[in-house]
Design a protein around this ligand. Structure first.
Ligand code: PDD
Length: 287
C-alpha cells in the first residue's frame, strides 16, 4: 500500500489516514467505490470507471463529491506522491458523516472521499498469469443490486476467504439455475467447445465490469466471437479455456474449477492473447 492517502481534501501519511467513526461507509456500508488499473502512472479505462462511479452514486442518491476533472487530479496526485507507476488506485465515496440512523441524514452532509493506491510489480503479475489460477464455486447469496459498486462486500469477502482456504484465487457465485454469475471481485469467462467467448449478460444481477466491456471490443477487433450467454461450472470444466477479468486481475487465465482442470489445466492461448491485447489497449488509452 502507498504511503500517502487522500482523505476529505487532505493528502495524509497512510498510518494517520482515518475517517470519522460515524462515517456512513464505516457504519452502514453506505458508500460506493471504484478501482482503476494503473499503467505508467496513468488510469486505465478511465472513462468507464468514472461513468460507473456516477451511476453508483446516482443509485444511492449521493451527490458527486467533485467534478471528474478534479477527481482525476486527486487520483493522479495520490499516484504521484506514492511514486506508483504500475498498480491500482482505489476511490471510496460514502454518503458522509452523520449520527447513526438507517435513513438518510436530514441535514445536508458532504460525501466523504478516500483515495489510496497500491503498486503492483508487472513481472510478478505476468508470472501469475503465466501459471493461471484456480477458482472455486459457491452459492450466490448477495443482494439484488450487484450492479451498484458498493463497499457492502461481506458475501464477497467470505467467498474469497473460502477460495483462499482451498488454494484458489477466486470464487465464482452460482445462481439457483446453476449458472455462474461472476467472481467475488471479477467477471467470469469461458471459451466454449464451439470457440465462442462467453460471459454472463448484464441483465443478470452482476457488476457491469469495465474491463469486461473493453475486452468485448478487443475480442471483436481480434475477429473472435463473443456471446453474453451464461455458463455452468460443468460447462467451464468442459470448456477449452476459462479466465476472469477486472481492474485487479486484468485478464487472468483460470486453470481449474473446484479442483477439476479446465482444458489442459494450463493457461490457454486465447486467454493469453486476450491478456496481451487488453494490456496493450489499456496502456495506449490510459490517461
Ligand atoms: N473488483 N465483479 C465484481 C464483483 C467486482 O468486484 C469487480 C471488480 C468486477 C470487475 O469489474 P472491473 O472490470 O470494472 O474492475 C466484477 C475490483 C477490482 C475490486 O473490488 O477490487
Amino acid at each position: 500500500m502507498g504511503r500517502i492517502a487522500y482523505v476529505n481534501g487532505r493528502y495524509t501519511p497512510h498510518a494517520e489516514a482515518a475517517v470519522h467513526i460515524e462515517d456512513r461507509g464505516y457504519q452502514l456500508a453506505d458508500a460506493v467505490y471504484e478501482v482503476w488499473a494503473v499503467f505508467d502512472g496513468k488510469l486505465a479505462d478511465a472513462e468507464g470507471h468514472f461513468a460507473r462511479l456516477s451511476r453508483s452514486l446516482g443509485e444511492l442518491r449521493v451527490p458527486e463529491p467533485m467534478s471528474r476533472a478534479a477527481l482525476t487530479v486527486v487520483l493522479r496526485e495520490v499516484l504521484r506522491r506514492n511514486r506508483i507507476r504500475n498498480g491500482m488506485v482505489y476511490l471510496q465515496v460514502s454518503r458522509g458523516v452523520a449520527p447513526r440512523d438507517h435513513a438518510f441524514p436530514t441535514a445536508p452532509v458532504s460525501p466523504a472521499v478516500v483515495v489510496t493506491a497500491k503498486a503492483v510489480d508487472p513481472a510478478a503479475a505476468e508470472a501469475k498469469a503465466a501459471k493461471g489460477v484456480a477458482v472455486i464455486t459457491t452459492p450466490e447469496n448477495r443482494w439484488g443490486r450487484c450492479d451498484i459498486k458498493t463497499v457492502g462486500l461481506l458475501p464477497n469477502v467470505l467467498a474469497k476467504q473460502a477460495a483462499k482456504e482451498r488454494g484458489a484465487a477466486e470464487a465464482w457465485f452460482v445462481d439457483e439455475m446453476g449458472l455462474v454469475t461472476e467472481g467475488a471481485s471479477s467477471n467470469a469467462w469461458i471459451l466454449d467447445r464451439d470457440g465462442v467467448l462467453r460471459t454472463r449478460d448484464t441483465n443478470a444481477n452482476i457488476l457491469r465490469g469495465v474491463t469486461r466491456l473493453t475486452l468485448m471490443d478487443v475480442i471483436r477487433e481480434a475477429g473472435l466471437t463473443v456471446s453474453e450467454k451464461p455458463f455452468s461450472p460443468a460447462e467451464a470444466i468442459e470448456a477449452k479455456e476459462a479466465f476472469i477479468t477486472g481492474a485487479g486481475s486484468l485478464v487472468l487465465p483460470v486453470v481449474a474449477v473446484d479442483g477439476k482442470p479446465v482444458g489442459e489445466g494450463v493457461p490457454g492461448p486465447v486467454a493469453k492473447r486476450l491478456r496481451a491485447l487488453y494490456i496493450e489497449r489499456a496502456k495506449n488509452t490510459a490517461v
